[in-house]
Design a protein around this ligand. Structure first.
Ligand code: HEM
Length: 222
């Protein structure tokens, strides 16, 4: 086994802050929805709006980080070994089979994770955030103290926002379960805390190592 640096500092900060904000938004949001009462409607709505601004700022920083570092490329979907990865999660891992794909700093996501996280970033989060912003600006007071109500029906906005919230909760449950399917049940979580993960040493040079070595050699030659 060797220790490999997988998740960078900002990435870990962004991941845990996003997780905490989404859980907090779910708790306050479902209270606004009327599912239970802890803080009271007014207080829950106020906290929900405050946390939603924090999430919007975090998402703006995260988008910037993904483009500046080139990390967005890790999410380009691929069908290569996708079937093997699905079969591994469905059957292989229960029979003690080895992971069909190798993890490294340059390939931190397997083909199924690439698809799921891309859907999370391009559909699930935007649907929830955009409907949330529309919810927020739906009824505003202009400078003449007149209440302005947007033309978009509130039922439609509430439907998409609540659907997004439910799907985020489904994602959260499946996601937490999937984190336990690494080399040990806690190895993936530890990696997201420390940045480092214990991975099996491979005699063969992996594709990503080849890429790194190629870059190193080019740098030495210039
Ligand atoms: C930037 C992101 C978000 C924004 C701007 C936002 C905004 C809002 C607003 C304005 C409301 C109406 C209550 C109020 O007036 O305060 C609301 C309701 C709600 N929010 Fe959010 N929210 C966001 C993210 C989330 C997330 C991540 C979840 C859950 C995971 C969530 C769950 C809910 C739920 C369940 C309701 C009640 C919907 C209903 O019953 O109509 N929200 N949100």
């Amino acid at each position: 086994m060797k220790k490999v640096y997988i998740y960078k500092g900002f990435e870990r900060f962004w991941h845990w802050t996003q997780a905490a904000l989404i859980i907090f938004l779910a708790l306050t949001g479902f209270e606004v929805h009327g599912s239970f009462s802890i803080l009271g409607f007014e207080q829950a709505a106020r906290y929900h709006r405050a946390a939603s601004w924090m999430l919007i700022v975090l998402i703006i920083f995260a988008i910037f980080w993904h483009f500046v570092t080139g990390e967005w490329k890790q999410y380009i979907p691929t069908s290569k070994k996708l079937k093997e990865q699905i079969m591994f999660y469905a059957f292989g891992m229960f029979k003690g089979q080895k992971h069909p794909t190798k993890k490294s700093g340059l390939t931190k996501l397997n083909p199924l994770q690439r698809l799921v996280y891309l859907g999370f970033k391009l559909f699930l989060v935007p649907v929830t955030v955009i409907s949330g912003i529309l919810y927020m600006v739906h009824k505003t007071v202009d400078k003449n103290d007149t209440v302005v109500i947007s033309n978009i029906p509130l039922e439609g906005i509430a439907f998409w926002h609540t659907l997004g919230a439910f799907l985020l909760m489904v994602f959260l449950v499946v996601h937490v379960y999937m984190t336990t399917t690494g080399h040990t049940p806690t190895s993936n979580i530890q990696a997201m805390i420390t940045g480092y993960e214990e991975l099996e040493e491979d005699d063969e040079e992996t594709t990503s190592e080849k890429e790194i070595n190629k870059i190193d050699n080019n740098e030495k030659n210039t």
